[in-house]
Design a protein around this ligand. Structure first.
Ligand code: ADP
Ligand code: MG
Length: 582
């Protein structure tokens, strides 16, 4: 018979820690919530090495007496609820009484605190769940909690941590969310000795957004405010047409708590469906207030997810409000819409080719070919090695919809996708420049200012050498402020800022990684090619024939860098068959 026994407190805490604090950002979340619950008006957060070396949160809240501080380190010790029913009228972030003992069981943990009515503070040091000392300390009223060498008592957990940069990105995002949730509290975030952001107490959400994301973002977002019996929505939303390639700028809060809510995410995506191109995410900082009894925050150990009792009603309400606001904004002409319509155009081109072709029974587009010696599908015999000679026999007939050039060829007819062809040509030209390390640059008469949020700024600093090796010169002035002083010749200076933002986005998502230089150059050339092409409205026979011969001078003329076919061919036999000629 197995022997049953109760786990020692320390082991139980370490196990609980696995759920409550699975990574450094989760520790910070718990500590910041405690500071806010303690009524702090100033909170300072510090981390070192992605939080694995040090995490520290200091506040000017109510502090604790020595007895309370000792009690706070016991499991299920909380000052915030007394009975289950209290969960339905929560006004605090915390309620489980699990965070402090969990964190103290998996780190070298120092708590310093002083209550308002006491003239000496208490310091408690706990190492891996074992109390080392309790003694007097001097400190202002408030609390400071430090967790050093996180997870060192549980090495298995330490292995699950991602790179310092990734953990730091989570930490920054986490503190940002609470800073947005509580604009009236001053926040400072310090990472590896550098101030990531510092915001004084703010009167409004918009002011806070300006402080932590920069004035550019604050200007682009628009206020929204709406109410129905039992539900209230407020916050800031992005303009129609201004989406992002990731969800990082979609932030939702329920009753003041930053949360992930499928209902809210769904409602936002749905609201923007017609005003953003597919695959783009809206930007929003959205606060929903409702009766605490109608929302369950106790579904996730880290309180990150919430569930609504009346999910349909919440969804419907949010969609109605956001849609109404988008419609109002749609009326106001907005220069920010231009890039989106360019995207819409590119999208139209993408769909313009494949679908109708198959609908009319045209042959499947030729597959891309690799250069000789490379693995890959063999070139169909219709494309002779001597492409140029062959293209000389193509006769340009005209352009359809500005997108497709029609040629008569000795063996049939060809429809060339102008954009795909240009992109292929640009891609190989730029890739050649990148590989040779010679990217002609241009000094900008008017340097382009670039204000980035902290994570992007850190990525830019990390990848500056890579970016500058490709024709840019970027100067840093002030934290998170940069100036593009030179850009490669292939681009319009006006596009430099948005190109750099795209590159930073791909670096952040790992699509672009300077670690493997060859792959990185290819990806950068792909991105650049899609930006470099500006189709002239209409073009004559000589331009089109030269486009075709330039295309066939490339290594892989059959496909665009993104893998779209550059042309489709219908041979005479197929034409004869379709017209039922004998
Ligand atoms: P919970 O927040 O769920 O109550 P915690 O383990 O996070 O549980 O904290 C336990 C208790 O310690 C809290 O209920 C609160 O009374 C006290 N406490 C924790 N952090 C602070 C702080 N920064 N300032 C004042 N009191 C605090
Ligand atoms: Mg807590």
């Amino acid at each position: 018979m197995p022997q049953i026994h109760i786990l020692p407190e320390r082991v139980a805490n370490q196990i609980a820690a696995g759920e409550v604090v699975e990574r450094p950002a989760a520790v910070i979340k718990e500590l910041v919530e405690n500071s806010l619950d303690a009524g702090a008006t100033r909170i300072e957060v510090e981390f070192r090495q992605g939080g694995r070396e040090l995490l520290r949160v200091e506040d000017n809240g109510c502090g604790m007496s020595r007895d309370d501080a000792l009690l706070a380190l016991e499991r299920h010790a909380t000052s915030k609820i007394a009975e289950t029913a209290d969960l339905d009228r929560l006004t605090t972030f915390g309620f489980r009484g699990e965070a402090l003992p969990s964190i103290a069981s998996v780190s070298r943990f120092t708590l310093q605190t002083r209550a308002r009515n006491s003239d000496v503070g208490t310091e408690i040091l706990v190492d891996g769940g074992r109390q080392v000392h309790v003694r007097d300390c001097g400190r202002p009223v408030g609390t400071s909690v430090e967790a050093a060498r996180l997870f060192h008592p549980v090495p298995a957990r330490r292995k699950f941590l991602k790179t310092d940069a990734t953990e730091a990105a989570h930490l920054v995002q986490c503190v940002r969310l609470y800073a947005l949730a509580c604009p009236g509290v001053a926040f400072t975030l310090i990472g590896d000795g550098r101030v990531v952001f510092r915001s004084p107490q703010c009167a409004t959400l918009s002011e806070r957004v300006g402080e932590i994301f920069g004035a550019q973002m604050a200007e682009r977002l628009l206020p929204i405010e709406a109410e129905e019996p039992g539900l209230r929505l407020s916050g800031l939303i992005g303009r129609p047409g201004e989406g992002r390639s990731t969800r990082h700028e979609l932030m939702t809060f329920v009753n003041g708590r930053p949360v992930e809510s499928r209902a809210l995410n769904f409602a936002l995506l749905e609201s923007y469906r017609d005003s953003l191109p597919e695959g783009r995410y809206p930007r929003a900082i959205l606060f929903l207030a409702c009766d605490p009894a109608d929302v369950d925050v106790n579904v996730h150990p880290a309180k990150r997810e919430v569930r609504f009792r009346r999910e349909q009603q919440v969804r419907g309400f949010v969609i109605r409000c956001v849609l109404a606001r988008i419609r109002e904004l749609g009326g106001a002409a907005d220069p920010g819409i231009a890039p989106a319509s360019a995207e819409a155009l590119a999208k139209a081109e993408l769909t313009g080719l494949g679908e109708p072709a198959s609908a009319y029974g045209l042959p499947a587009p030729a597959p891309p070919v690799g250069s000789p010696g490379e693995e890959g599908p063999a070139a169909p015999q219709r494309v002779p090695a001597d492409g140029e000679g062959r293209v000389r026999a193509w006769r340009f007939l005209g352009t359809a919809h500005d997108l497709y050039a029609l040629f008569e060829t000795p063996s049939g007819i060809v429809l060339l996708d102008r954009r795909a062809a240009h992109e292929r040509i640009w891609f190989e030209r730029l890739r050649g420049q990148f590989a040779a390390g010679r990217v002609p640059g241009q000094r900008l008469l008017l340097p382009v200012p670039l204000e980035l949020e902290p994570v992007s700024a850190a990525i830019l600093m990390d990848s500056r050498a890579f970016i500058e090796a490709h024709g840019f010169e970027i100067a840093e002035f002030g934290s998170n402020f940069f100036r593009i002083e030179a850009a490669p010749q292939w681009m319009e200076p006006a596009d430099a800022g948005s190109f750099i933002r795209d590159v930073l986005g791909e670096l952040r998502d790992g699509k672009l990684s300077p670690g493997n230089l060859d792959l990185a150059r290819d990806e950068l050339a792909r991105l650049a090619a899609s930006r470099a092409v500006r189709l002239p409205a209409a073009a004559g026979a000589s331009e089109m024939e030269s486009l075709a011969s330039q295309l066939f001078a490339t290594e892989s003329p059959l496909a665009s860098p993104a893998g779209r076919p550059t042309f489709i061919e219908i041979d005479r036999a197929e034409l004869a068959r379709r017209f039922q000629r004998k």
